[in-house]
Ligand binder design. Structure first.
Ligand SMILES: Nc1ncnc2c1ncn2[C@@H]1O[C@H](COP(=O)(O)OP(=O)(O)O)[C@@H](O)[C@H]1O
Ligand code: SF4
Ligand SMILES: [Mg+2]
Length: 318
């Protein structure tokens, strides 16, 4: 039984115009995304800014409505239109946010921040405080932190508090959205070590969202590469990052600086841009180094190549 199974998830943001504020268009931020996650597994979701990573993360914990798709959590199908069923999802799947500075209420003590999710579920105060102490110790912070306020902690410490808060309701999956990107490099390593520890000690499954390929390589088991809301490549890290088949994954990897001066980073030219709604071709066509004219006429379906799934007409030839 898979911990999470997502099939064909799409999330659209309506754009409104005119005096009646009618919906004139949609930003299709996530389109037909499918993946699965096993117990204790770490899945990375990578792609440039604006490709839909945060939208996907928020949809997985029910913070954004699904346009379509099927979702099952521990083998239980979730009726995505039912508010009640999302309560069950939130018990199992918790999110840690990108910005450790804004995601903690500056007016609340760490005790209030950590105990709130349990008190809201009618736990006793004593029980909630005991769990908060246990989790502070797990994330490497002293018990005395409970009486302090967020501004008294460094960025890395606040991110640890954010992780402890997510763990309060004893979830089985953590969705970590760019949790290291606001931190210094040395602190980033400590937060990554903490995630690895949580995976081994608690058997947590983690969805690790990042635009940093180096970090992903070190931490994760599987990788899902997104471009303009679509999955471009998905598979084990040993395939996707060591033998990438999609030109976009190849470009992302080539843009990472290496220690070898004979391999300077190759910056991917152009930017992520949504197409007009009548565009029928490959979303990556305008930036792809091997694009052919036909790529602008037809949308490539995802297909299996080895142990990966790849959305490109010419990936096999590559
Ligand atoms: N509330 C919103 N309303 C309209 N468009 C949005 C909203 N939130 C995000 N978007 C758009 O959806 C796309 C994906 O955004 P996001 O998921 O934040 O990407 P990422 O996390 O990969 O940077 C972007 O084009 C963004 O502008
Ligand atoms: S389908 Fe064409 S444009 Fe799209 S990634 Fe493949 S080669 Fe490039
Ligand atoms: Mg984001």
């Amino acid at each position: 039984m898979q911990t999470l199974d997502v099939k064909g998830l799409s999330v659209y943001f309506p754009l409104r115009a005119g005096v009646f504020s009618r919906v004139t268009e949609y930003v299709k931020a996530v389109q037909d995304v499918s993946f699965s996650l096993d117990s204790g597994e770490i899945l990375a979701i990578v792609g440039e800014s604006g490709c839909g990573k945060s939208t996907l993360a928020q949809a997985l914990v029910g913070l954004l409505p699904w346009h379509s798709g099927e979702y099952s959590v521990f083998g239980n199908p979730v009726k995505i239109s039912s508010g009640k069923e999302w309560n069950f999802v939130r018990k199992s799947v918790q999110m840690v946010f990108q910005d450790p500075y804004s995601s903690l209420n500056p007016r609340h003590t760490i005790s209030q921040i950590l105990t709130y999710p349990l008190l809201a579920k009618k736990a006793s105060k004593g029980e909630a405080i005991e769990r908060a102490k246990k989790l502070l110790s797990l994330v490497g912070l002293p018990e005395e932190s409970l009486v302090r306020f967020p501004h008294e902690f460094s960025g890395g410490q606040r991110q640890r508090i954010g992780i402890a808060r997510a763990l309060m309701v004893d979830p089985k999956v953590i969705v970590a959205d760019e949790v290291t990107s606001a931190l210094d490099v040395s602190v980033q390593a400590q937060v990554l070590e903490l995630l690895e520890k949580l995976r081994t000690e608690l058997g947590l499954s983690i969805i690790f969202i990042s635009h940093d390929i180096q970090t992903v390589r070190a931490l994760t088991d599987k990788v899902l590469v997104m471009y303009l809301g679509h999955v471009m490549e998905y598979g084990p890290v040993s395939s996707v990052l060591k033998k990438p088949k999609h030109p976009y994954t190849q470009a992302l990897i080539a843009s990472v600086p290496t220690m070898d001066p004979s391999f300077p980073p190759q910056i991917l030219a152009g930017e992520v841009k949504f197409f007009p709604s009548d565009f029928k071709g490959c979303p990556f066509a305008l930036r792809c180094r091997i694009a052919k004219d036909s790529c602008k006429m037809e949308f490539p379906e995802i297909s299996e190549i080895g142990d990966s799934k790849v959305r490109c007409f010419f990936a096999e030839a590559e």
